[in-house]
Design a protein around this ligand. Structure first.
Ligand code: DGL
Length: 261
């Protein structure tokens, strides 16, 4: 047993889609969530900048004495995870490996990946998928505006729908029916994506794959908490929209605190 908290970070509200699944799967864990709203969005920043933000986030969470860190951000996972793992001894889990394992277990041979510009540019999803599933066909699509529209609370607006329509054109043509939501903001668009695609599609939510992976990791290493359930959410810049969007994602009111990192 280990009653220390699980640390989670993202650039903003998106990582709450991961927090939500972790909460469902591991109700007894204490959680510290860090949203780096000051530096949002990560998706259009250089690799060097992403690494610097990720280092600050990890060090902030380490100071809060967490037992493990979840990078609930596709952009930071794709560009900073390898370096962070070498640099710190604390276990760090990103969103790519658990999701690749899931795709492999399911035996899928074709998947679409939607993610931020930086994530798609890194080529990390395709590389990791092909390492484990050599014959897999991967259709990538960068969706540069989605995280920002979601962070502004405008996902379900004519603008949100128009952008999804545009981004889904290629997938629709090829009838791609398994799509990895490679950015943690994207589960917010789940219904809009389904409406636009008009066929049966599996939208692979990385929050689900990560929370499963985390549960078995904690069990294997015998570091579960049997007596917690607290949640503390910190933002590097307070955002008016954050609490409203968070409530929609989490189905409950949340309180947030500011933090300088
Ligand atoms: N939610 C993040 C991701 O998964 C970041 C989006 C952004 O900050 O641009 O990529």
């Amino acid at each position: 047993m280990n009653n220390k908290a699980i640390g989670i970070f993202d650039s903003g509200v998106g990582g709450l889609t991961v927090l939500k699944e972790i909460r469902k799967n591991l109700p007894n864990e204490n959680i510290i969530y860090l949203g780096d709203t000051q530096n949002f969005p990560y998706g259009n920043k250089s690799k060097k900048e992403i690494i610097n933000f990720a280092i600050k986030n990890v060090e902030t969470l380490i100071k809060k004495d967490v037992k493990i860190i979840i990078i609930a951000c596709g952009t930071a996972t794709s560009q900073a995870l390898d370096l962070l793992k070498k640099r710190y001894s604390i276990p760090i889990i990103g969103i790519i490996e658990p999701t690749v394992n899931y795709v492999k277990e399911k035996g899928y041979k074709q998947v679409g990946v939607i993610a931020t510009e930086g994530t798609i540019r890194s080529g990390e999803w395709e590389k990791r998928l092909k390492e484990k599933i050599p014959n897999i066909e991967v259709e990538n699509k960068a969706c540069p505006m989605l995280a920002t529209i979601a962070e502004e609370g405008k996902a379900n607006s004519p603008q949100g729908r128009a952008v999804i329509k545009e981004y889904m054109k290629g997938f629709k043509k090829k009838h791609i029916d398994k799509i990895i939501l490679g950015c943690t903001h994207y589960p917010i668009y789940e219904q809009i994506l389904r409406d636009e695609l008009e066929y049966e599609v599996e939208l692979i939510n990385t929050g689900v794959t990560v929370s499963e992976y985390l549960r078995s990791y904690l069990e294997q290493h015998k570091i579960q908490n049997d007596n917690g359930g607290d949640e503390n959410i910190f933002l590097t810049k307070s955002e008016e929209q954050f609490k409203t969007i968070a409530k929609k994602i989490m189905d409950e009111e949340i309180s947030v605190k500011s933090i300088d990192i």
